[in-house]
Design a protein around this ligand. Structure first.
Ligand SMILES: [Zn+2]
Length: 50
C-alpha cells in the first residue's frame, strides 16, 4: 500500500486534501501557508492541519 501524504482537511466538506491538490504555497509570518483545491467540493480552501 502506498501512503499518500495529506495536508489536512477541507473546512467546508471535511474531505481529505493531499499534496496533489495544492495550488499555491507561500510564507506568511514565518509559516508556510497553502491554498488547495478540494477534490470533493472543488472549492479553493486553506486545508486545516491534522
Ligand atoms: Zn471540500
Amino acid at each position: 500500500m502506498k501512503r499518500v501524504p495529506t495536508l489536512g482537511r477541507c473546512p467546508n466538506c471535511e474531505g481529505t486534501i493531499t499534496r496533489d491538490y495544492v495550488l499555491i504555497e507561500y510564507e506568511s509570518r514565518g509559516q508556510t501557508a497553502r491554498f488547495a483545491e478540494c477534490p470533493d467540493c472543488r472549492d479553493v480552501v486553506h486545508p486545516s492541519a491534522e
